[in-house]
Design a protein. Structure first.
Length: 388
């Protein structure tokens, strides 16, 4: 458990994906003990922003520094907002481009917290998440951002909700007691745990997911948030790395081979068996096909909404860190060695795309700007990549 705590905190200091994924590669090692309850981690030393004691200003209260080098820095997440591309990264940096990634403008952001992911369900409204339980919102196409949620509020919301709903899903006494202990652990650690991904169905309804099974839902565009901590088949509290739809289904991927699918009638994420015990850092799909990807080049695909999974031969040994679906339905994945993998058959096979830069810079995330154009977020800013 200590290893898992240290690695998730590493995740958010940078996309330091190569460090992060190398450390977490123990998930693929059968000789490494699998972590158990969240309560086993209660002896951790919190790492994160101070809350402003002794004159120290928290990163949650310090605006991001404006820098001409922001477009060349570490960027963890990227998304399209209509015809605009928006990228987020270290120290609260958010940049946007109106010419397909050729030039960039830095936003003024009210925090200096490392940001991990960004998503726009519509051109105007977008959300970014990151370290210290942070959620930012933009209602003007990514030009300005306001803080909607932070770790202190996360802890308060969880405590209040589960004090009032100690067994909201009709769980038995033992499960209710475990839930109480897990929530107490999160609350006692304070605002140190990150959100790692965000997805919205529209301007109102969306989810944020993160470390130690952190998951919240909003139905009012982030004005209020409801914890779904007890609505996932994730009793060990594995980290939740990615949340994305495939057709009408919604999936979450995570640590130790975790893949969850939303049962809309039950209002709960149910665990699926992929046959793999290594970590999945991302998941994506379209009607009829969903792929989960992660450590050591592993890709698993389902053509029946998650009922059965098959391993896809990727030809890669590097961690696969990000992916997207192009506007014409092709799957694109990027790796920690900077490779780009393309599938024209719904994830059944992948071929490597030659990087135009030829530098092999570790890639963290990717978005499709046009049918034949990608914009990649990496350790050293962004890069435009054409595909055939």
């Amino acid at each position: 458990m200590k290893l898992r705590i240290l690695t998730v905190l590493l995740v958010v200091v940078v996309c330091m994906v190569s460090v992060k994924y190398a450390t977490l590669s123990s998930a693929d090692d059968p000789g490494t003990p699998v972590a158990g309850s969240l309560q086993q981690a209660s002896d951790m030393v919190p790492v994160g922003s101070s809350e402003g004691k002794d004159g120290f200003i928290s990163d949650l209260d310090m605006p991001a520094m404006m820098s001409a080098l922001a477009p060349k820095g570490l960027l963890n997440g990227i998304a399209t907002a209509g015809d605009r591309v928006v990228a987020v990264g270290q120290r609260g940096h958010i940049i946007y481009s109106d010419d397909g990634g050729k030039s960039w403008i830095q936003d003024k952001v009210p925090v200096s917290v490392d940001l991990t992911a960004v998503y726009f369900p519509t051109p105007q409204n977008g959300w970014a998440v990151g370290q210290d339980g942070l959620v930012l919102h933009s209602s003007d196409n990514g030009v300005t951002w306001v803080k909607q949620l932070d770790g202190t509020q996360v802890c308060a919301i969880m405590k209040k909700y589960y004090d009032e709903h100690p067994s909201s899903n009709g769980t038995d006494a033992q499960a209710a007691e475990k839930l109480k202990g897990d929530v107490q652990f999160i609350v006692e650690q304070g605002p140190v745990f990150p959100f790692l991904d965000v997805w919205f169905e529209n301007d109102h309804s969306g989810f944020i997911v993160g470390a130690f099974n952190l998951i919240f839902h909003t139905s009012d565009g982030g004005k209020s948030w409801e914890p779904w901590f007890d609505r996932t088949d994730n009793p060990d509290g594995f980290h939740l790395y990615s949340i994305r739809p495939a057709g009408n289904d919604l999936f979450i991927s995570g640590e130790q081979g975790l893949v969850l699918k939303l049962d809309r009638k039950a209002g709960r994420f149910q665990r699926l068996d992929t046959g793999y015990n290594g970590t999945f850092f991302g998941i994506l799909g379209k009607p009829g096909s969903v792929v989960a990807f992660g450590l050591r080049g592993n890709i698993f695909r389902s053509a029946d909404a998650g009922a059965k999974w098959q391993k896809v031969v990727s030809g890669e040994n590097d961690g696969i860190l990000g992916g997207t679906v192009t506007r014409d339905g092709r799957f694109v994945l990027v790796t920690q060695s900077g490779k780009v993998l393309l599938s024209n058959d719904g994830g059944a096979t992948f071929t490597q795309v030659k990087r135009e830069s030829g530098l092999g810079i570790p890639a963290c995330s990717v978005t499709a700007f046009e049918n034949n154009s990608l914009v990649i977020a990496s350790w050293m800013g962004t890069e435009v990549q054409k595909i055939q």
